[in-house]
Design a protein around this ligand. Structure first.
Ligand SMILES: [Zn+2]
Length: 123
């Protein structure tokens, strides 16, 4: 019986703490026409990385491109972590559209709540 309560509690708790989705990583040379949600696409050839792309995690459906090339601004850097996850720096902040502002750390979206997600939800 105790086990039942443990499971039930974990289930209830998971409803309240929306667990961040861990993104899958796909290495591509060209972006596919249809991006999958919760997937970070790393475009490049071999060692040379051009950009990363993902569908905006706020749900607006826009494709986000983050440039990785040193000679173009703005520029992001991508880190490949030992646990097979990916981190981006700096944060992603859309100045247009949904104005999402989030960090992408260890393949998870960490929202900056002052801007972005919540303000766009109120509109
Ligand atoms: Zn968005």
């Amino acid at each position: 019986m105790k086990k039942f309560f443990t499971i039930a509690w974990a289930w209830i708790r998971s409803w309240f703490q929306r667990k961040p989705v861990r993104f899958k990583t796909e290495h591509v040379e060209e972006l596919p026409d249809q991006l999958k949600p919760a997937t970070i696409y790393i475009a490049g050839e071999g060692e040379y990385l051009w950009f990363v792309a993902m569908i905006c995690p706020c749900g607006c459906g826009e494709t986000l491109h983050m440039n990785l090339q040193a000679d173009t601004r703005p520029r992001w850097s991508v880190a490949f972590n030992a646990n097979d996850t990916v981190s981006l720096s700096p944060s992603v902040w859309r100045k247009i559209g949904c104005h999402s502002h989030f960090f992408f750390r260890e393949s998870e979206v960490v929202w900056c709540h002052e801007h972005g997600y919540h303000s766009s939800m109120r509109e």
